[in-house]
Write a protein that binds this ligand. Structure first.
Ligand code: DX5
Ligand code: ZN
Length: 224
């Protein structure tokens, strides 16, 4: 049974003190740290690259969940592996040969994730289910934090979970206490949240609530 992993999105953190923000999230109970990598082509925004991941991994002993919103994901695999990335999650829309890219990521020593944008059908990744380590079902259009959660993406999570009971399924975008039930019930177990965690008055409590909801639903799903 996949267990809950809570991965705060550092996009909502203070980039001037990024390592301290990462440590703060770990101290509040974060399992993974979600690093949003944007190249200005795949999405209309630019964030960070391998040099920043490399600096962070020197200061931290944490699982770095790298969400690659970039046009040529093949290009950066080796740099990110060297930098200390733990998971390299590319977008299915950005590559011609997802299967070969997963092999390249594994050969570089990282876990491989495959992300789908809200309008991309889940059928595009179904044949990778036994090969990828994680599937990221986006619940906003990638590019910016602070957007509204798209509940209409939940049937994709449900379909994936029905077919792959042990797969890590991540949801990302607009996740908050008001909609965690929908994501957990559909079968997501890796929860990314930026705004709702960084703006929470009780960060540890918010992370624990996400965890409890996910683990409760996963236990129910396992019984079905
Ligand atoms: C959006 C990013 C998300 C974003 C989530 O393109 O992939 O990781 O930071 O932030 P919230 O939780 O604020 O939607
Ligand atoms: Zn993300």
């Amino acid at each position: 049974m996949p267990i809950a992993k809570i991965s705060p999105s550092l996009l909502s953190g203070d980039f001037g003190i990024l390592a301290a923000e990462c440590k703060r999230m770990v101290s509040h109970g974060a399992d993974w740290l979600h690093m949003d990598v944007m190249d200005g082509h795949f999405v209309p925004n630019i964030t960070i690259g391998a040099p920043v991941i490399s600096c962070l991994s020197k200061h931290l002993n944490a699982f770095l969940d790298c969400h690659m919103m970039v046009s040529h994901p093949e290009k950066w695999v080796d740099d990110f592996a060297k930098a200390g990335a733990s998971l390299y999650c590319f977008h299915i829309e950005a590559t011609e040969n997802a299967s070969a890219l997963i092999d390249k990521i594994h050969a570089a020593g990282m876990k491989a994730g495959v992300a789908v944008k809200p309008k991309t059908p889940i059928s595009t990744v179904m044949d990778l289910g036994d090969k990828m380590d994680m599937c990221l079902v986006m619940t906003v259009e990638p590019g910016f934090g602070g957007q509204r959660f798209m509940a209409e993406c939940m049937p994709k999570v449900r379909e994936l979970r029905a077919r792959f009971p042990d797969l890590d399924i991540e949801v990302d975008g607009g996740i908050a206490l008001e909609n965690i039930d929908a994501a957990a019930e559909a079968g997501a177990n890796v929860i990314v949240a930026g705004t709702s965690i960084f703006k929470a008055s009780d960060i540890s409590g918010t992370i624990e609530t996400f965890r409890t909801k996910v683990n409760t639903e996963q236990a129910l799903l396992a019984k079905k």
